[in-house]
Design a protein around this ligand. Structure first.
Ligand code: CA
Length: 219
């Protein structure tokens, strides 16, 4: 899952980044409203964490513009404590959820995961396919026979994206966009390498190749 973190408080960003990455997010950071607007319009994010008090352009304005352009990405706003007006304005501007500063990291992660789940029309907590269950917390696959399959960070991000979009045709470009951060050298051939590794772990038949088009994950 690719995440845009919009926050001008560098200490908070430095604090959050390792945790978000650890949780399997590829994270881009925007330190001001204009960059946030640009990145949101030009990159493929699965969720956005948006601070409201930002240099150059306020978070609410950024959000209104995105929604005005019919960008449907789930957005969680960070609001000042005790400002119910900010929460109401944010929700009216199209935010999906909010969190009041200061907040607990676990709550941010849980809310983000819930937002992304809902955006994909999921109700259940677990991503499942046949005898495989993806344990998102520990980033491993648990098989129904009780065995566990370890995953590297990239394998986990790729498999989660496949499982969330089970049955859909996914191009290599799209997979690359959702699995890697912006600054990463995005060689889409790498996706082939990771698909091969995933197949070795979960079975060839789970990921079908559509020549010249991409891949389809079989749920
Ligand atoms: Ca701020």
């Amino acid at each position: 899952m690719r995440l845009l973190l919009v926050e001008d408080d560098k200490a908070l960003v430095d604090d959050l980044l390792p945790e978000l990455r650890q949780a399997g997010f590829a994270v881009d950071v925007a330190p001001d409203g204009r960059e946030a607007l640009y990145l949101g319009e030009n990159e493929a994010y699965d969720a956005v964490v948006l601070d409201l008090g930002l240099p150059l352009m306020g978070g609410l304005e950024v959000l209104r513009r995105w929604r005005g352009e019919e960008m449907a990405v789930p957005v969680l706003i960070l609001t000042a404590r005790d400002s119910w007006q900010e929460k109401v304005e944010g929700l009216k501007a199209g935010a999906d959820d909010y969190l009041t500063k200061p907040f607990h990291r676990e709550e941010l992660l849980a809310r983000l995961q819930a937002l992304i789940r809902r955006a994909h029309g999921r109700v259940e907590r677990w991503l499942e396919a046949g005898d495989l269950v993806l344990d998102e917390e520990h980033q491993v696959i648990r098989k129904r026979d009780g065995t566990t399959i370890e995953l590297t960070g990239t394998e986990f991000r790729l498999l989660r994206y496949f499982m969330m979009n089970s049955g859909k045709l996914l191009s290599k470009t799209r997979l690359t966009e959702h699995v890697y951060e912006q600054d990463f050298d995005r060689d889409s051939n790498l996706i082939e390498v990771y698909v091969r590794r995933l197949r070795e772990k979960i079975g060839r038949e789970r990921i079908e190749t559509r020549r010249g088009q991409g891949y389809v994950f079989k749920g």
